[in-house]
Design a binder for this molecule. Structure first.
Ligand code: SAM
Length: 210
């Protein structure tokens, strides 16, 4: 990891920044996914940061305290912040793991999730790692699960189209996609196919941040 991810989170505090606007969309998609998911609900957020996209939504959702959420975050300071936020919001079923979300072994003992967030991940990994990770998502989720993901656009290209194509290739159904013309963020929400591989890939890593 070469970036200062604590510093990166300060982008959220800039009003109307692409990141601040992205957060609004991710939270809205998560609210919709929670409303559509029959309890009991399991949620997994990979590279979860400080959990600000998940935790306030759970706190405002009627059954949010019952959602078993696992947030996997490698930077200890951010994981600590997420733990503190979950405690402040009285969310006892939230577990924050300070762990490597790119390592396949991290998921070995995890129950499949009904809702999975991969926000701020695909822009930091190679195309091959993005494809491998999307292909592995059926092993991390229940049939019909909802996956919420993000990908930034560059001035010269919009790699979110590659992510959408990869989800389609893996049999996911796109439920929603937001791509404002005046901002670089893109957010997608896709439904996992009812069938699909449930075995974790044999490779030791799904992705590595560049
Ligand atoms: C772009 S930020 C996104 C944070 C959060 N998902 C969000 O959208 O606000 C990427 C996060 O991934 C974390 N990270 C980087 N490599 C990781 C890894 N191998 N496993 C888990 N987290 C990782 C960073 O510490 C950082 O918090």
């Amino acid at each position: 990891m070469t970036r200062d991810w604590v510093d990166w989170h300060e982008g959220y505090d800039v009003a109307e920044s692409s990141l601040a606007r992205r957060l609004v969309v991710v939270r809205r998609y998560l609210s919709e996914a929670l409303a559509a998911a029959p309890p009991p609900v399991r949620l997994l957020s990979i590279c979860a940061g400080d959990g600000r996209d998940v935790l306030p939504v759970l706190a405002s959702y009627p059954a949010g305290r019952e959602v078993h959420a696992v947030l996997v975050e490698l930077t200890p300071e951010l994981a600590d912040r997420a733990r503190a936020a979950a405690a402040d919001l009285d969310l006892p079923a939230v577990e924050v793991r300070t762990a490597d979300a790119g390592a396949t072994a991290t998921y070995a003992a995890l129950e499949p999730a009904d809702i999975l967030l991969a926000c701020g991940v695909f822009g930091n990994v190679t195309h091959e790692d993005m494809c491998r990770t999307v292909a592995a998502l059926p092993a991390l989720t229940t049939p019909g699960a909802t996956v919420i993901w993000t990908r930034g656009r560059r001035p010269d290209a919009d790699p979110s189209q590659e992510v959408r194509a990869q989800f389609r290739a893996e049999g996911f159904t796109e439920l929603a996609f937001t791509a404002p013309g005046d901002a670089r963020f893109r957010v997608g929400m896709s439904r996992r196919p009812p069938n699909g591989g449930t075995a974790l890939p044999s490779e030791p890593r799904l992705f590595t941040f560049r």
